[in-house]
Design a protein. Structure first.
Length: 361
């Protein structure tokens, strides 16, 4: 069975919009339609993201980009609590603590756990130095699962969303369907060919939440969109088609059998990069679907097309953020000596080679 691209079954009206922020006031969101607006802002700052046991010596910026990652065997699970009367079911895997409002059968739990652990390992193996996966003393990462969209909304999830990284509680909240469990007449069934774009996007926010209060909005959202296009099969994550699938997702919508995408097309006008790259969340979310597409293409450029195509400038940007530099200071690394005008020229030229014609307004 070939690897399944995570975005091939994305519903046509879904415009995924999440943030890596550690503050619920800057919380991620997944609007139900691409013209939606972000939910009201909450508090100014969330909890400290635990990086207990992190050793800078474990940084892997010099490692090669893997074609695949994940786990080689089914993930181990543990039942902590099953309380039907309270609709509370708690499970653990090696790196995650899962709370569901319905019971999950052991065989399905193993598949869900394997998917989550594969994501954890994939982010660990990216040569971008994910610090949460390198913090062995930190608590398990929290996942909230809901049987229905109604129960998700009743839980207090941000209004108008279909999934979110909740910064104040540092947990990821999605429906069972987003994680592959679909309700059938015989009960729940794990569908390995499910669209995992929502999960992959949101778990990126969870695993990179330590940069949430530092990084620019375009980066956090574009990076999550980029990794939302990963492919999954039986415990393995494939990065091999990202150079193609990310461009398809940004430009297409309903083409070549795909039901998802940002629908930018192959010729469009976008905001000047000085505006996009310095956008606040409020400004960025005014045109969520388009801005997520622009940000995805920009991340694609920095990772694969800029300079030698080895992502070095993006890595330097991440190193700066991880050292505690502000988003504004770190952004100067991406601009190098050419400024925004020079970056626009190189970005547009690189995209044109991929068949995408961009102008700026």
């Amino acid at each position: 069975m070939p690897f399944k691209r995570s975005n091939e079954l994305l519903p046509a009206l879904l415009a995924l919009s999440l943030s890596l922020s550690t503050a619920e006031g800057q919380r991620p969101w997944s609007p139900e339609d691409k013209d939606g607006r972000p939910p009201p802002r909450g508090g100014p700052r969330g909890p400290r993201i635990p990086l207990d046991g992190y050793d800078p010596a474990t940084a892997n910026f010099s490692a090669p980009w893997p074609e695949t990652s994940g786990v080689r065997a089914p993930a181990a699970t543990k039942v902590l609590e099953e309380s039907p009367a309270a609709s509370r079911f708690l499970y653990e895997t090696l790196h995650f603590r899962i709370q569901s409002d319905v019971a999950i059968q052991p065989s399905h739990l193993t598949k869900v756990a394997t998917l989550l652990e594969a994501c954890f390992q994939a982010h660990h193996d990216l040569p971008l130095n994910n610090r949460r996966t390198r913090s062995p003393g930190a608590p398990k990462l929290k996942i909230r699962l809901f049987a229905t969209m109604e129960s998700y909304r009743q839980s207090g999830a941000p209004p108008g969303t279909v999934g979110a990284y909740l910064g104040r509680s540092d947990e990821l909240a999605v429906t069972l369907e987003s994680i592959g469990l679909k309700k059938m007449s015989i009960g729940y069934v794990f569908d390995p060919l499910s669209d995992f774009h929502i999960l992959f996007h949101e778990i990126t926010h969870l695993l990179w939440a330590d940069l949430g209060v530092l990084a620019d909005t375009w980066m956090t959202e574009g990076f999550a969109e980029y990794l939302g296009c990963m492919a999954y099969r039986e415990g393995r994550i494939s990065f091999a088609r990202l150079p193609v699938s990310t461009l398809e997702f940004a430009t297409a919508h309903g083409e070549k059998g795909s039901k998802g995408g940002r629908a930018l097309g192959k010729e469009f006008t976008m905001p000047h990069l000085s505006e996009l790259m310095s956008s606040t969340q409020e400004t960025f979310y005014r045109s969520p679907s388009q801005n997520y597409g622009y940000a995805l293409l920009l991340v694609h450029h920095f990772l694969l097309l800029d300079r030698k195509g080895d992502g070095q400038i993006f890595k330097s940007y991440l190193k700066s953020l991880q050292s505690g530099q502000s988003a504004e200071e770190s952004r100067k690394i991406l601009l190098e000596n050419s400024g925004y005008e020079g970056l626009e020229k190189s970005f547009a030229a690189a995209m044109l080679k991929k068949g995408i014609q961009i102008s700026f307004r």
